[in-house]
Write a protein that binds this ligand. Structure first.
Ligand code: GTP
Ligand code: MG
Length: 234
């Protein structure tokens, strides 16, 4: 999920009158299309968050254990969608955009332990109304910079008044340590606009290794106490 941009400047009526009518009609249609795209992805996120909330409550009630530390979500802004479409050579039509850009709706789930990330992803992706489009396991195979997380693209039905429509949601599931690392790396990446000095890249990769050791250590500790202690029943 990317950093969102500031809201675009709105055109005033005076500006519209100076523009070509076809451009105005195109811009109005684009705005309507983006409202619909935004709405369907917002509803998909609501459904996904309900699923996560139910899972969390079930774990708590049946096992007195909560594997989910926190959950965040976002719908990609129209500006960010248009920039990604331009970058990928996708036409700015609803069909092309929803077919080609799969991370318009994003849900990030942060878990306590590595084993929890797999458990939570499995519990979500095995549900009957969830169609798995793609799973990338960057925990088993981290990116070269050290980035780790489970990524899944899933399609869920959103029930509108006209009937159900399938909507794609990007799920990211990771541990607190992985999330800590990714958020710092993201800030550094944006600060340097992608051109991160090599020394800093190496330091980040080292930090990813330290964070991996911490996760492994915590997992080990947790497995030793799992059967006797209920970790965080909040
Ligand atoms: P996008 O087209 O940018 O969505 O990437 P992709 O199709 O190659 O998918 P990938 O699974 O590689 O990454 C999707 C999302 O994961 C990104 O938008 C980020 O939120 C996150 N991500 C991937 N790689 C990194 C990374 O190296 N650092 C951080 N901080 N986040 C990453
Ligand atoms: Mg993305």
């Amino acid at each position: 999920m990317d950093v969102e941009d500031p809201p675009p400047k709105r055109l005033s009526l005076g500006d519209e009158q100076r523009l070509n009518p076809e451009m105005v009609a195109f811009a109005r249609q684009l705005r309507r299309d983006f409202e619909f795209i935004g709405m369907q992805h917002e509803f998909a996120i609501e459904e996904m968050l309900t699923k996560v909330s139910i899972l969390r409550k079930e774990f708590l009630r049946l096992e007195r254990y909560n594997p989910i530390e926190h959950v965040t979500s976002r719908v990609k802004s129209p500006g960010s969608i248009l920039r990604k479409a331009a970058r990928l050579g996708i036409a700015p039509t609803p069909g092309e955009i929803t077919a080609g850009i799969k991370d318009i709706a994003g849900v990030r789930i942060t878990c306590s332990f590595i084993s929890d990330t797999y458990r939570v992803l499995e519990a979500l992706t095995s549900q009957d109304d969830v169609r798995v489009v793609q799973i990338k396991d960057y925990i088993a195979e981290p990116k070269p910079n050290g980035y780790k997380s489970l990524h899944a693209l899933v399609e869920i039905p959103v029930f509108l008044s006209t009937g159900p429509i399938p909507v794609t949601v990007e799920l990211q599931v990771r541990t607190i340590a992985m999330d800590f690392w990714a958020s710092l790396e993201h800030k550094i990446f944006y600060k340097y606009e992608g051109a991160v000095p090599p020394g800093l890249v190496a330091s980040l990769t080292d930090a990813a290794k330290v964070s991996e050791l911490l996760d492994q250590h915590m997992e080990q500790l947790y497995s030793e106490v799992r059967d006797t202690v209920h970790v965080d029943a909040s």
